[in-house]
Ligand binder design. Structure first.
Ligand SMILES: C[S@@+](CC[C@H](N)C(=O)[O-])C[C@H]1O[C@@H](n2cnc3c(N)ncnc32)[C@H](O)[C@@H]1O
Length: 187
């Protein structure tokens, strides 16, 4: 099973979005193997805070290495992102800070995406961005990807567009991202 599924074009797009921000505070929902976490760390400005959440501690050794490298700048929060305890814990790590990037990449189900979007969007600074990753191809063969999107995340996107939420999309090849500047949610 390969669930590190970022085509280069998608990584470049994510980097471009990060570079539009102050790139100091990052919150990642569903961090899996910390590869994207490491990219965030690489792109971060001085005095960063990188909060990575996952329902499972998939790679404890890698987590420990990141912890050694980044010290208190890196916080791993273990548990279901939908749970109040986890929302509070992430809020606690942020203290007075707001996230420059909220990267939602958990289980990709419509309900989870909506829940993460609603529960964490107020933790993002007005100049920050919310990025939603929509590659669930690891669960099925690539021929079935559209079926999975139909069942899972697509209804979420359509619902948001129907509410006139100004989501931007980046769909190229296997790259499927939605993103929005936090302040665009207030207009
Ligand atoms: C596609 S992987 C994330 C990949 C990673 N963000 C990256 O870009 O390299 C999805 C991750 O979400 C985690 N996950 C699924 N449901 C979750 C939930 N309710 N709360 C937190 N993490 C969850 C899974 O354990 C898995 O590690």
């Amino acid at each position: 099973m390969n669930i590190w599924s970022h085509p280069n074009s998608e990584l470049i797009k994510i980097m471009e979005i990060v570079l539009r921000t102050k790139r100091r505070v990052f919150v990642e929902i569903g961090c899996f193997n910390f590869n994207m976490t490491s990219i965030f760390a690489l792109l971060s400005e001085r005095n960063p805070l990188i909060i990575a959440n996952d329902i499972k501690d998939h790679f404890p050794k890698k987590r420990e290495l990141l912890s050694d490298l980044l010290g208190n700048s890196f916080q791993f929060v273990l548990g279901d992102s939908k749970r109040l305890k986890i929302i509070s814990e992430i809020g606690f790590h942020l203290l007075m800070d707001k996230a420059d990037i909220l990267y939602i990449d958990g289980d990709h189900a419509a309900e989870s995406t909506e829940s993460d979007f609603k529960n964490y969007m107020n933790m993002v600074s007005p100049d920050g961005y919310i990025i939603i990753h929509d590659v669930s191809g690891f669960e099925v063969s690539s021929d079935d990807v559209n079926v999975v999107h139909e069942r899972k995340i697509r209804p979420w996107f359509i619902g948001k567009l129907n509410q006139n939420v100004r989501l931007n999309f980046y769909f190229e090849g296997n790259a499927k991202l939605a993103y929005i500047k936090r302040s665009d949610l207030d207009v």
